[in-house]
Design a protein around this ligand. Structure first.
Ligand code: AR6
Length: 170
């Protein structure tokens, strides 16, 4: 039975089998966590991503981590929040499910997720955390550790309030 751990961290620093990137459909980089991952992984990541031909919303693609401590990067494209009636919850769940599927196919035992769609894409943080934690709960027995990587203490507090049983790490 794997653990779900809430940390406040820069995801590019985490030494896990796979980190997930909140990318856009071009997979050619951007701001936020996507920019941070590309900067830390190095130019080889962008060169590799250019060969992938993009990724539709809700789907995921896997690449090596290059200069990152993580072995793999799973790039997923979250939905842009448009008020909630454009299947945003379903598409957000698809991001987590499809990322877990790719990770298990590669034999990953540890994986870390940022709060997909909650930055530039405007998904309300609490609603997004509920979906994230629900899918993590469905998959935790196939991993040693799933990390919910928050970028602020207030985001970590929100996750913890929704999942009091989750571990809190650093
Ligand atoms: N480590 C962990 N979390 C981070 C980091 C980091 N280094 N940097 C930001 N976050 P966002 P989105 C958090 O905007 O909403 C990009 O330009 C951030 O605080 O990165 O899915 C892509 O190319 C927030 O909680 O992703 C797309 O165009 C979360 O990561 C678009 O943004 C997601 O914020 C995707 O937007």
């Amino acid at each position: 039975m794997g653990r779900i751990c809430i940390v406040t961290a820069d995801i590019t620093r985490l030494k896990v089998d796979a980190i997930v990137n909140a990318a856009n459909s071009t997979l050619l980089g951007g701001g936020g966590v996507d920019g941070a991952i590309h900067r830390a992984a190095g130019a080889e990541l962008l060169a590799y991503c250019r060969t992938l031909g993009g990724c539709p919303t809700g789907e995921s693609r896997i690449t090596p981590g290059f200069n990152l401590p993580a072995q793999w990067v799973i790039h997923t494209v979250g939905p842009v929040w448009q008020g909630g009636d454009q299947d945003e919850p379903g598409l957000l769940r698809d991001c987590y499910v499809n990322s877990f599927k790719l990770a298990t196919e590669q034999g990953c035992r540890t994986i870390a997720f940022p709060a997909i769609s909650t930055g530039v894409y405007g998904y309300p943080k609490r609603k997004a955390a509920i979906e994230a934690l629900s899918v993590m709960g469905d998959w935790h027995d196939r991993f040693d550790e799933i990390t919910a990587c928050c970028f602020s203490q207030s985001d970590a507090d929100l996750y913890h309030a929704l999942c009091p049983k989750c571990l809190v790490g650093d």
